[in-house]
Design a protein around this ligand. Structure first.
Ligand code: SF4
Length: 249
C-alpha cells in the first residue's frame, strides 16, 4: 500500500508540473485524479471541464453531479472509486475559452503515460506488481477511445500512439447485453503485450454531458441510471478490484 501511495504521489507531482502540451498554458490546475487506492473500480473520464480546472478535482461540476448521483443510486460511494481522466488538463474552445471541448489526439498522446501509470499502480497489490483484472468504467467517447486505440493498433492507432507508449492489445470484445435502444455496454478484455500482466475490463457508458444535452433524444437520465446499474452490478459481481484474480491465470 505504501508503494502504491508513493507512486500515486509521484504521478500527481509529475502531472502538476507537466508542460508537455499546450493545455499547460491555459490551465488553472491540472487534475490528476483522486479516490481510493484500493478501489471497487477505476472511473476514467475524458478531461477536466471548467469547474474541475478551477479546483484541481475530477467530476465536481454539473456532469460530476449526475455521475456521482448515479453511482450513489447503485450503493457505490464515490470515495470507494478511483476517479480520473484520460487527459489531465482542461481543453477549451479557441473561439470561446469559457466552453469546454473534447481533447485532441495531439493532447491525448503526451498525456497517455499518466493514465497508464495510474492503472498499473492500481493493479498492484501494494507489495509488488501482482496480476490483476482491473474493472474500468470508461465515461464518454474519449475515455473509450483511449483504451481502444491503445489496444487496437491494427486499426491505425500505432502511428498515433507509438508502440513504446502503448503496449496494449485487444483480447476480446464481449457484449454484456444485447444491443438495444439504450446502447450496449461491452467488455474489453485487454492485456499488455510488453510483458505487463494486467488485463482491463472496460465498460463504456455515455458521458453525463451528453445526457445533460438531451442524449440524442434517447439517453435520458433514467436510461443513464439504469445502464449504470447494469454495469456496476456486473463489475461488482466479481468482487472488489484488489480481490479479482486475472481470469485464466
Ligand atoms: S494535458 Fe497532460 S500532457 Fe498536456 S500539459 Fe496537462 S498533464 Fe501534461
Amino acid at each position: 500500500m505504501k508503494r502504491r501511495e508513493e507512486e500515486m504521489d509521484r504521478i500527481r507531482e509529475s502531472v502538476a508540473g507537466c508542460a508537455a502540451c499546450a493545455l499547460a498554458q491555459s490551465r488553472t490546475f491540472a487534475v490528476p485524479g483522486e479516490g481510493s487506492l484500493t478501489p471497487k473500480f477505476v472511473l476514467v473520464g475524458e478531461a477536466p471541464g471548467k469547474d474541475e480546472d478551477a479546483c484541481g478535482r475530477p467530476f465536481v461540476g454539473r456532469c460530476g453531479k449526475v455521475l456521482r448521483t448515479a453511482l450513489e443510486a447503485c450503493q457505490v460511494d464515490p470515495d470507494d472509486v478511483f476517479i480520473c481522466n484520460a487527459v489531465k488538463c482542461r481543453p477549451s474552445r479557441p473561439d470561446n475559452p469559457m466552453k469546454d471541448r473534447p481533447p485532441e489526439i495531439g493532447e491525448m498522446r503526451p498525456c497517455s503515460g499518466f493514465l497508464r501509470r495510474q492503472l498499473l499502480c492500481l493493479a498492484g497489490d501494494g507489495s509488488g506488481w501482482a496480476r490483476r483484472t482491473v474493472p474500468v468504467l470508461a465515461v464518454g467517447r474519449t475515455a473509450l477511445r483511449w483504451f481502444v486505440e491503445f489496444a487496437a493498433p491494427e486499426a491505425g492507432a500505432a502511428a498515433r500512439f507509438p508502440r513504446t507508449e502503448s503496449g496494449w492489445k485487444l483480447l476480446s470484445v464481449t457484449s454484456l447485453v444485447e444491443a438495444s435502444a439504450s446502447g450496449a455496454p461491452n467488455v474489453f478484455r485487454m492485456e499488455g503485450d510488453d510483458g505487463t500482466p494486467v488485463r482491463f475490463e472496460v465498460y463504456p457508458i455515455w458521458h453525463p454531458g451528453y445526457v445533460l444535452n438531451g442524449g440524442g433524444g434517447r439517453v435520458t437520465r433514467g436510461v443513464f441510471a439504469g445502464t449504470m446499474r447494469t454495469i456496476v452490478g456486473r463489475m461488482l459481481a466479481e468482487g472488489p478490484l484488489a480481490e479479482r484474480p486475472l481470469a485464466g491465470a
